[in-house]
Write a protein that binds this ligand. Sequence first.
Ligand SMILES: Nc1ncnc2c1ncn2[C@@H]1O[C@H](COP(=O)(O)OP(=O)(O)OP(=O)(O)O)[C@@H](O)[C@H]1O
Ligand SMILES: N[C@@H](CCO)C(=O)O
Length: 316
Amino acid sequence: MAVFTPVSPDEARAFIDGYDLGGLTAIAPIAEGVQNTNFRLETGAGRKVLTLFEGAPDDDDLRFCLGLTDHLAGRDYPAARVERDSQGRRLGRLNGRSAAVVDWVEGHGLLHPTPADHRTAGAALARLHLAAADYTATRPDPMGPDAWVSLLARCEAATADLAADNPDRAMTLALRPILDRALALRTGGLPSGPIHADYFPDNVLFSGGAVSGVIDFYFGCTGPLAWDLATALNAWTFDAVGARDDIAHAAFLDGYNTVRPLMPAETAALPALGAASALRFTLTRLHDRLHHDPAWLVTPKDPQPFFRRIGVWERG
Ligand SMILES: Nc1ncnc2c1ncn2[C@@H]1O[C@H](COP(=O)(O)OP(=O)(O)OP(=O)(O)O)[C@@H](O)[C@H]1O
Ligand SMILES: N[C@@H](CCO)C(=O)O
């Protein structure tokens, strides 16, 4: 279920007529995804994805993300090229939402990656960092320290009336000292640049053993490259309950290092970055569960496995 904003064939046709794509021949909803409305389009210029951005994101932020995707595609990186309308704009407006049309990229996210896949995904992240380095636009991380502070405050408020042994209240209370440690983290000396910031297996499409497409750059921002790597390690190299898979971890890091060798300072910072990144996903998941609207058809993700990752990184 990822059609939050309906679009009729006539509405889609009129929208696509504003692009030099030879017209729309078919439109189908895309079921995956929890954040935006996505459709698969068949046009005179091939298969495309139409995305309507939900939750009223800032258009300048969307332009950063679309520009980053397009920049990477222009560097022969497997990211989707972004279509421009007849007036040269990457961002349009459809049914009350900001909207964009991007190339369809082939492939599927992996449910059970092998060590070889981990090495390939790590190498593709390092290539992303190198190919994005000369993208000059900047965007502060929308899920950076300021967001952690307000997310935890909202979790504290939502659980204030619960008993201390309620699982959500207990997790919320345990996160306060972890947040304080994460806020003390200093990353200023680490190499920084454009990052994906949500490099999870569902956003890295594979075909024939290779990465065929990296999608969903909507958390894309400017930040430490090792932060992006720490997030990717959290996403790829832990099991469903939050225990680290050492083989996957070593393979992902090895793949990354073969393309962009980490600086010693980045390697040294990785455990603290890993813990802070696991905190970021624990907080967003816990927050979204506590503030879940039952009318919203998407099931909130479980924060517990990411909460456990924090302990794994901190114990070393
Ligand atoms: N360029 C593309 N080429 C092929 N498929 C795509 C493309 N972009 C998106 N998709 C498909 O649409 C689905 C949802 O896309 P995306 O991950 O961007 O949505 P989302 O709502 O932002 O999701 P989430 O926040 O859950 O990751 C993907 O899982 C993929 O199946
Ligand atoms: N990747 C995030 C969801 C936002 O795309 C998570 O797993 O919590």
